[in-house]
Design a protein around this ligand. Structure first.
Ligand SMILES: [Zn+2]
Length: 470
């Protein structure tokens, strides 16, 4: 008689001490990656550094079996592959994660002064709860590309001797009206202005007489708080206000990934969504020997804003990459039809503080392993590619044969909301695709929490995928 009832187990009850030790050391490496990769550009740069150390080279012409190649999409997304023994027309095993995370982007003309203070105006990126982004230390990361094409990298606020930045909030004493507002209304996007300085630029010397004095007197103190910021930026980076027009500067929570919980079982960090899966997919690829089928790792950009654009998963850049691997595009339909993709993205972990949004039987638990989602979407699975029963069964086989702790989950109660991943964009290419990833607490908050065992099991899941022979 088989076991008639199904109960998913906590991985602490199924993993032996040696494997838990492996998970600890994996988590330590993942935390280093998090600290080096707080933006999509940094994630791509760090991934390339790690990949080159493991023998990956830029793709240039059709590679042979065993070769390890990558292609950077403008430094913001990355595609990697290890060429398998079998022809590409036997299908690819693809892990698709993303490396962009919610944050505050600076506007194109961000700098202004008000009340003898200088600020940066921001435009938030991705789904955030705005109230979470006030009164916490922020760091600035990004790039300024000057009109001549030369680029300046900017990182301020991560080292202890560097300043941080912040968005202010109202004191509770004067919060009577604010307290009456809903969480969504209490802060507007245009209020998320980052305080950047309060010391004015040095005054110009007094003009001596006549018209000169008149014009100088009217002008000399204008914008001096803003100018002070520009002087500092020019001294450090050689940039002017006009250069902001072609900059991508992102304010992210300042500080490192930390172990959380007295037992250190969790990691509290910015950007688990989706670097927990991106690192898992990357790390498994770095360690991959020559597989049977060609293995592909996607570190996509723009997932948090709809996967559009040249670096998002709706881009034809993916077809271009696979065509180059295949030595032409005529085989693409055949390759895609036989390929298998895990859309490696985080899911929500059941949070006992908010039980009302989850249906307990179908919610991911911390420490129960990688969370598999048959479908995402909202309002009756709308906008989801909804993997077939056959696909789920295939993943059950794959994970159980490879000792991967996993669990089935969905994104909250039926009418509670929802979301999406890159899964449907892969599935729309006629690639069999299913979602699976790390369960996260406080997803999209400045500091998200994930369990070390789940991060490790996601890595094991990606390694199993790359070795998949079906
Ligand atoms: Zn995500």
């Amino acid at each position: 008689m088989p076991e008639l009832t199904y109960k998913n187990k906590n991985a602490y009850d199924t993993m032996d001490a040696a494997e838990i030790e492996n998970a600890q050391s994996y988590a330590a490496d993942y935390m280093k990656f998090l600290d080096a990769a707080k933006t999509e550009r940094e994630a791509v740069r760090e991934a390339i550094r790690l990949a080159e150390a493991r023998g990956f080279v830029p793709l240039a012409g059709q590679p042979r079996a065993g070769e390890r190649v990558y292609k950077s999409l403008g430094g913001k997304a990355l595609l990697l592959a290890v060429i398998g023994r079998q022809p590409l027309t036997n299908g690819l095993n693809i892990a698709g994660a993303h490396v962009d995370s919610p944050r505050l982007d600076l506007k194109q003309l961000p700098l202004y002064e008000d009340g003898e203070m200088a600020f940066f105006k921001t435009h938030y990126y991705g789904g955030i709860k705005k109230y979470q982004w006030v009164t916490l230390p922020l760091a600035l990361h990004g790039i300024v590309v000057k009109a001549d094409g030369s680029a300046v990298r900017v990182t301020i606020g991560e080292n202890a001797d560097e300043p941080v930045f912040f968005v202010s909030d109202l004191l509770p004493h004067l919060g009577r009206d604010q307290n009456k507002k809903t969480l969504g209304e209490a802060f507007t996007g245009e209020q998320l202005n980052i305080l950047i300085g309060t010391a004015p630029a040095a005054k110009k010397p007094e003009a001596v007489s006549g018209d000169a004095a008149k014009s100088a007197g009217g002008e000399k103190d204008a914008d001096r708080f803003k100018k002070a910021v520009l002087e500092l930026l020019h001294a450090k980076y050689g940039i002017t206000e006009e250069d902001f027009l072609s900059a991508e500067l992102e304010a992210v929570p300042a500080g490192r990934a930390r172990e959380a919980g007295l037992d250190r079982s969790l990691i509290l960090a910015y950007g688990h969504d989706d670097r927990s899966c991106a690192y898992a997919a990357l790390r498994a690829m770095l360690e991959l020997e020559v597989p049977e089928k060609t293995a592909v790792c996607i570190l996509a950009d723009k997932e948090e804003v709809g996967s559009d654009g040249v670096t998002g998963m709706q881009s034809a850049a993916f077809e271009g990459f696979i065509a180059e691997l295949a030595g032409g595009s005529t085989q693409l339909p055949a390759i895609f039809e036989r390929s298998f993709c895990i859309s490696a993205d985080v899911c929500n972990a059941f949070d006992p503080n908010f039980p009302e949004v989850s249906e307990k039987n179908n919610s991911a638990r911390l420490n129960h392993g990688i969370g598999v989602m048959k479908f995402t979407g909202s309002g009756g699975k709308s906008g989801s590619s909804d993997a077939s029963a056959e696909t789920v069964a295939r993943l059950r086989r794959l994970f159980s044969e490879n000792g991967v702790a996993w669990q089935m989950t969905e994104l909250g109660k039926v009418d509670q909301g929802g979301g999406g991943t890159i899964a449907k964009y892969m599935a729309n290419r006629n690639i069999t695709t299913i979602d699976a990833g790390v369960p996260v607490i406080s997803m999209h908050a400045p500091w998200e929490a994930a369990a070390k065992l789940d991060c490790y099991m996601t890595y094991k899941g990606m390694a199993a995928l790359y070795g998949h022979r079906e």
